[in-house]
Design a protein around this ligand. Structure first.
Ligand code: PXP
Length: 246
């Protein structure tokens, strides 16, 4: 039996709705508390350069409201590094970030950015923060992550999710294969593989069935579904689907 698969819930879009009116409702901290109460394994939050959803002050509030580990998604910038070092989340996932993008499009070019990532990873490591790189399931990117000595990689499942939405079975199969192959290669090299982006009730199970994966990070769909069923029910259902696929 593969080890249990952790569910990290990305609560960014609770803050997106809050910020639409500029007040303090709905509060992402309340979402984090609900995730904790229904057996979620972690809270993921992306502090973007433009602060379009999570804001600086949310981080400390989330950290003091729950005991769940916080996975801070961050761009590889000096500003974000300083914030991570101040808050000391359990984990920091380095993501690519373009101001004009709607969401994180594509993985980090770890291979191209190798030299600039070294000092950032070093400082996060020294602070005891578990570093992860959000990369495509691509051998060149994974090789770089292995050389950089990070303990975790998160594979970008966006292409898989797009293929699923387009009912393109051939592409679904090839995307799944590359995520499965790279997960096996990561684990063989001592790197813990995670995955996320675009996962839904409909497409999560083939990903959850990849035995090497240790964690999935899921956000937008769960928060959207919570509008109809409540966050508690949405997280529970995702948890059940993941367990069933294992
Ligand atoms: N993992 C990472 C690294 C991400 O950047 C995101 C999106 O912020 C997610 C997971 C969650 O993706 P989604 O919101 O599509 O579930």
């Amino acid at each position: 039996m593969p080890p249990p698969l952790r569910l990290g819930v990305n609560i960014d879009h609770v803050a997106t709705i809050r910020n639409a009116r500029g007040g303090d409702h709905p509060d992402p901290v309340r979402a984090a508390e609900i995730v904790a109460s229904v057996g979620g394994d972690g809270i993921t939050a992306h502090l973007r350069e433009d602060r379009r959803h999570i804001r600086d002050e949310d981080l400390a509030r989330i950290q003091s409201a729950t005991d769940l580990p916080l996975n801070l998604e961050m761009a590889a910038t000096e500003e974000m590094l300083e914030i991570a070092l101040r808050h000391k989340p359990h984990a920091a996932c380095i993501v690519p970030e373009k101001r004009e993008e709607r969401t994180t499009e594509g993985g980090l070019d770890a291979a191209g950015l190798h030299n600039s990532l070294v000092p950032i990873i070093d400082r996060l490591n020294q602070a005891g923060i578990r570093v992860s790189l959000f990369i495509e399931a691509d051998e060149r990117q994974l090789d770089t992550a292995i050389r950089l000595g990070v303990p975790v990689v998160e594979f970008h499942t966006g292409e898989y999710a797009h293929a699923h939405l387009a009912d393109d079975n051939e592409r679904v199969a090839s995307e799944l294969k590359r995520i499965a192959d790279m997960s096996a290669l990561a684990l063989k090299n001592g790197v813990e593989p995670h995955a996320g982006h675009g996962l839904t009730f409909e497409n999560v199970q083939p990903i959850a069935a990849i035995p090497q994966l240790a964690e999935l990070n899921i956000g937008h769909y769960l928060i959207g579904e919570a509008v109809f069923t409540g966050l508690e029910a949405a997280v529970k259902k995702m948890r059940d689907l993941m367990d069933e696929a294992r």
